[in-house]
Design a protein around this ligand. Structure first.
Ligand SMILES: Cc1cc2nc3c(=O)[nH]c(=O)nc-3n(C[C@H](O)[C@H](O)[C@H](O)COP(=O)(O)OP(=O)(O)OC[C@H]3O[C@@H](n4cnc5c(N)ncnc54)[C@H](O)[C@@H]3O)c2cc1C
Ligand code: SF4
Length: 351
């Protein structure tokens, strides 16, 4: 492992001072992702700034109805928070579908947003990878590309973003609050937070070096939300494809709809047209099928990942059926899952 300096920050100010300009330094939150990458020699920072004790773990309801999730709040604290379970059950489902209870106790909001791809070539330093070492090539293009992107990829990188939680945050129109190292703050809309690879696959997000995420803010939302994850085994596996849905109903008619796909692109993939197509319509399988067909119309399968297109379409249709009430909510193994009226059941049976 590359030698590094370790600093422990107790305040936001100390964290920003210690990180300096952010060049070849990194924040350390739960460490469940960062430490692995350092042990595997994939990331070789000269310094780590431990932010675990910086008081950013609060979950607060703001006067304007926004629910502020502190950057250091653990994934489990967020998933089991009564307001998250009641108002944003799709977010609770997404978090509880990821990793294991132990990892979710350590993993933070900020760290989940910035976890790196699970492309196996990225984590194997013997293989060429433009994301790890720009300009070296992409081993996945001609390699085993089963888990890779079918939407929004580039010739430089075909990796997917692995987070479950981020797919749900995309449909909830979350905002990421950021402190800049030189002073001042900014807000990034969640939909703009992660990047497509283009010519710079080494950049996963819109965050600049040294910037600190302080919270993820959820606008008030009175509708239904739901997350459906398909994976190779029922626990402890990353998604092959996933779908998050946020729906507001007026009687038996859809008033607003937002849909996002996970594990099909370099970022949570918002299905931009879904809202327009579903608005003012009654839930209907043929309509949902048409939305799903459209969502994948620009998909470009590689040698081993063509299965993601029918799988993604079917998952999208089922997620819309479950969220709109055409079909009862079910976990992957038939376990009763989160209800849009609140309450999460069957966590460990499906986590
Ligand atoms: C075995 C295993 C299985 C997993 N399965 C899943 C899964 O199924 N689904 C899923 O979604 N995830 C899964 N994960 C990933 C897990 O969710 C992430 O590792 C975790 O969320 C990272 O959070 P952390 O606090 O540990 O981040 P760290 O490892 O501490 O940091 C990760 C990155 O975020 C940066 N960072 C952290 N906080 C901030 C901040 N406030 N501001 C700026 N930068 C920051 C760090 O510098 C680092 O670059 C799995 C992980 C493991 C190890
Ligand atoms: S897909 Fe991206 S992360 Fe994977 S080898 Fe290619 S460049 Fe690297």
């Amino acid at each position: 492992m590359h030698p590094f300096r370790y600093d422990r920050a107790l305040t936001v100010q100390e964290a920003l001072q210690s990180i300096r300009n952010g060049k070849n330094t990194a924040f350390l939150a739960g460490g469940t992702s960062q430490i692995d990458l350092m042990k595997e020699d994939v990331h070789r920072p000269d310094a780590l700034v431990d932010i675990k004790r910086v008081p950013l773990a609060g979950i607060l309801l703001l006067p304007d109805g926004v629910l502020r999730l502190g950057a250091n709040a653990s994934n489990n604290d967020v998933a089991y928070h009564p307001l998250v379970q009641k108002q944003y059950p799709g977010l609770a489902e997404a978090i509880l579908a990821g990793a294991s209870p132990q990892i979710r106790n350590m993993a933070s909001m900020g760290g989940n947003l910035l976890q790196r791809t699970r492309c196996p070539y990225f984590r194997d330093t013997a293989m060429a990878c433009n994301k790890r070492e720009p300009g070296t090539g992409c081993s996945a293009l001609e390699g085993i590309n089963r888990v890779h992107a079918v939407l929004g990829a580039s010739e430089k990188c075909i990796a997917t973003h692995p987070s479950d939680m981020c797919v749900a945050l995309a449909v909830l129109d979350a905002l990421v609050q950021v402190q800049k190292p030189g002073g001042g703050r900014r807000t990034i809309r969640f939909r703009d937070f992660h990047r497509l690879p283009g010519n710079e696959p080494q950049k996963d997000s819109a965050l600049e070096p040294g910037e600190l995420i302080t919270s993820v803010d959820l606008p008030a939302f009175a509708g239904r939300s739901h997350y459906l994850k398909v994976r190779e085994r029922a626990s402890y596996a990353f998604a092959l494809v996933s779908v998050a849905v946020a729906l507001e109903m007026e009687g038996d008619t859809i008033k607003t709809a937002r849909v996002a796909l996970g594990s099909v692109a370099h970022k949570p993939w918002l299905v931009e047209d879904a809202g327009k197509r579903l608005q003012g319509k009654k839930p209907d399988v043929a309509l949902f099928r048409a939305v799903a067909d459209d969502a994948f119309k620009d998909a470009k399968p590689l040698e081993h990942n063509g299965y993601k297109i029918p799988l993604g379409k079917n998952t999208l249709v089922r997620a819309l059926m479950e969220t709109s009430g055409l079909m009862p909510l079910q976990g992957p193994a038939g376990t009763a899952f989160a209800s849009s009226a609140g309450g999460v059941a069957g966590d460990e049976a499906v986590a």
